[in-house]
Design a protein around this ligand. Structure first.
Ligand SMILES: [Zn+2]
Length: 478
């Protein structure tokens, strides 16, 4: 049984989701506010999750031929100005450096909000021939976007991310890479983070500044709000033309390259919290949890108990699990509550009676199910239990997603659903931005994506009643 006192300090998820979220990020010690508004400190528990996300994704990127680079954090204003849509899109949230040492700079430098312009400037110099293509670069870094309202992991003025930037000889190759990376993200989210995604294309209103097409993965949080969790952009040759990135093709003709960019950020930590967390705190899927197993010795002052706990730890470590022993002098109930707050997927309890019986007790974090394991079978049992937990978490998240998708056939229905049923709304759309604007103004819901799996659920636009062109997922979003 978890210690009540610690648990009582967090607000119930269904009473006040926003407050619950804030409580969990603080009590699980994921982050701390810094002295600059909107800039956050990643504490060890939070940063370790990011490190695991990085490790997993980085390996997957490299399998597709991507190489890592590191670009400067400052961008000269003249460089940013070269692509008109891009600079307009980012201007409202750019931070500027105007002084170097004691002197005013001749040209303002912006702190990168994203690095397309820098990559273009690099590719312009290193791409000459079709033999130089493709270039598949990625960087892990932080970017700065001066946000008015901020929330830990979801929206902060500085955040950690990766940005991949590739250049290709043909439009087909660029489109293929754009979709490949979106699928890679969706697969990672589903199989590692246990978060199912809706995949689709953004409308022109919602696409990235300067892109021809933006593709997105959208997740549904426990409260029924959507979270854009990753995007992949096809830039066509627009940036290439603005920056003069061109190559001589096989016929010796100068041709602009085709370009993509794609990224995910520490928002994924926010998604993990809001999809899986419960009233006792964080619940981490075993494949991403920095600590997979915590061993809690019961009556640890008694002979042999701590020894057994350490022996278990060593056995499990050797088998490749990430394990800790909580041998502090806190009461077991308090230890349980702490480890539950941090979302550790599995607890192992071992006390004098268990030792007598040659066993230990495994307790799953997600459903608190108890499994008795013989000491000599503990490796197999832990592996099996973590695997079941991972699969059950994904199944539950899928069930939550599927049971919160509603169809609207006309505007009355649409407004009724937005008002009363948090989740995704499927509704047909005529393709006119005026309808997107009206829906946003009337209901605060936005178009999340035009899903890859298109269907015709009605002939007319859910907003204006004119002939419909696309099925759109709508929803309130973070
Ligand atoms: Zn319409």
């Amino acid at each position: 049984m978890a210690d009540k006192k610690l648990v009582e300090e967090i607000t119930s998820r269904d009473v006040d989701f926003t407050q619950w979220y804030t409580d969990v990020v603080r009590k699980a010690e994921l982050m701390e506010y810094s002295s600059i508004k909107g800039f956050m400190i990643y504490k060890p528990n939070g940063y370790a999750i990011w490190e695991n996300i990085q490790k997993e994704l980085d390996a997957r990127f490299k399998e597709t031929g991507v190489q890592n680079v590191y670009m400067p954090m400052l961008i000269p204003e003249s460089l940013l100005d070269k692509e008109k849509d891009h600079v307009e899109g980012f201007a409202p949230e750019v931070a500027w450096v105007t002084q170097g040492g004691l002197n005013e700079l001749p040209e303002r430098l912006c702190v990168r909000p994203t690095s397309e312009t820098l990559f273009c400037d690099l590719y312009k110099n290193i791409v000459q021939s079709h033999r130089d293509l493709p270039k598949l670069y990625n960087q892990w870094c932080s970017v700065v976007r001066w946000e008015k309202t901020t929330r830990p992991f979801l929206r902060s003025s500085e955040f950690l991310w990766q940005e991949g930037h590739t250049v290709h000889a043909t439009a087909e190759e660029a489109e293929e890479r754009t979709i490949q990376m979106l699928n890679l993200y969706a697969d990672f989210c589903e199989n590692v983070l246990a978060i199912p995604m809706v995949k689709g294309r953004k409308t022109d209103k919602e696409k990235f500044a300067g892109a021809v097409a933006t593709y997105t993965i959208e997740a549904l949080m426990h409260d029924g709000k959507a979270l854009q969790s990753g995007t992949s952009h096809n830039f066509g040759d627009g940036f290439a033309k603005a920056f003069g990135v061109q190559y001589t093709d096989k016929e010796n003709k100068l041709t602009p390259v085709h370009q993509t960019s794609w990224g995910v950020s520490t928002r994924l930590i926010g998604a993990l919290i809001m999809v899986h967390g419960d009233d006792s705190g964080l619940v981490l899927p075993p494949r991403i949890a920095p600590v997979q197993v915590t061993i809690v010795p019961i009556q640890q002052h008694k002979d042999g108990v701590l020894d057994q706990a350490y022996a278990l730890r060593d056995t499990l470590k050797q088998a490749g699990f990430s394990v800790t022993v909580d041998d502090s002098d806190k009461r077991p109930g308090w230890k349980f509550a702490e480890e539950e707050m941090r979302g550790v997927p599995l607890r192992i309890e071992v006390g004098p009676k268990d030792i007598e019986n040659g066993q230990c007790v495994l307790v799953r974090r997600d459903n608190r199910e108890k499994v008795i394991a013989k000491i000599d079978e503990v490796v197999a049992k832990v592996g099996e239990t973590l695997e079941n937990e991972q699969n059950d978490m994904l199944a539950r998240a899928k069930e939550h997603l599927n049971s919160h998708i509603y169809d609207a056939h006309n505007y009355e229905e649409f407004k009724e659903i937005v008002e009363n049923k948090p989740g995704f709304i499927r509704g047909m759309w005529c393709g006119d931005v005026a309808c997107e604007n009206k829906i946003k103004e009337d209901t605060t819901a936005t178009s999340r994506c035009m899903p890859f799996e298109q269907e015709k659920i009605s002939d007319v636009c859910v907003c204006c009643g004119k002939p419909a062109k696309k099925l759109v997922f709508w929803g309130k979003a973070y």
